[in-house]
Design a protein around this ligand. Structure first.
Ligand code: ATP
Length: 233
């Protein structure tokens, strides 16, 4: 579904992605784990089209993404839930969700919103309140739901566990795992490697702008180097 080949990207004169290769097949949950600054966010931003690339290829559903503006990538089925959530704090929960559905003006928007509320009932309770008043975990739920309102074939998630208490991390990860049953393919970037690998099919490890390991989630969880460096065991 998504193919990243020899991807390079830079901020000014400083290259931060040095030729990244990664594949996401339809129906998979693929995670990219790695320390702060490894380039995970930059990778997602290149895929969604908000960060320019300086080399390599990006192909989504058989279409090259180079030169395609971000909004067209959304229309093609790529949606991103960005790091730090970036919800519209002064708008209501419902308004945030409707913005996620800006491509559509059909009756399914209401059905999609009902699905979001079924997934996260707290959002229904707070639908008319300003999103800025939500807790961190609730804002994360809103950010994921807003991205889903774009009806993506592939959802790009940047650090959904960031800043959340362990119980909320578990809840968010359960929801991400369940996206499979909705037919949504997921590329999940996480510093919380254990939480991400537990729900993923496959994973990639990034270090300073390169993929240094890849494998099935079970292989990576069992790998001594991963256990020592990222799982704290
Ligand atoms: P984090 O989990 O902190 O987001 P990351 O793995 O996602 O880490 P990136 O945010 O992609 O890493 O950062 C990769 C490198 O690019 C880092 O060295 C970072 O300092 C640098 N960088 C990120 N954003 C910018 C920017 N706007 N300008 C210059 N350098 C940047």
């Amino acid at each position: 579904m998504l193919s990243v080949e020899n991807l390079r990207s830079r901020y000014g004169r400083i290259e931060v992605l040095h030729g990244v290769d990664l594949q996401v097949r339809s129906g998979e949950i693929v995670t990219v784990v790695g320390a702060n600054g490894a380039g995970k966010t930059t990778l997602l931003r290149c895929i969604s089209g908000v960060q320019p690339i300086s080399g390599g290829n990006l192909v989504f559903k058989g279409e090259p993404l180079q030169g395609m503006p971000a909004h067209r990538r959304v229309a093609l089925g790529l949606a991103q839930s960005p790091e730090g959530r970036q919800i519209f704090t002064s708008l209501s929960v419902e308004e945030n969700l409707r913005l996620g559905a800006y491509l559509f003006a059909d009756a399914r928007v209401d059905t999609d919103m009902a699905e979001a509320f079924a997934m996260f009932p707290i959002l229904r309770e707070k639908r008319n309140l300003a999103a800025g008043g939500l807790s961190g975990g609730q804002q994360q739920m809103l950010a994921i739901s807003r991205a889903l309102m774009a009806r993506p074939a592939c959802l790009l998630l940047d650090e959904p566990s960031m800043g959340l208490a362990p119980i909320l991390v578990a809840q968010i990860m359960d929801v991400i795992r369940n996206l499979k049953t909705l037919g949504v393919t997921v590329l999940l970037v996480e510093q919380n490697a254990y939480a991400a690998l537990r729900i993923a099919d496959r994973g990639y490890v990034m270090e300073t702008g390169r993929v240094t390991m890849q494998g099935t989630a079970e292989e990576l969880i069992a790998d001594e180097r991963i256990r020592a460096a990222y799982l704290g065991v």
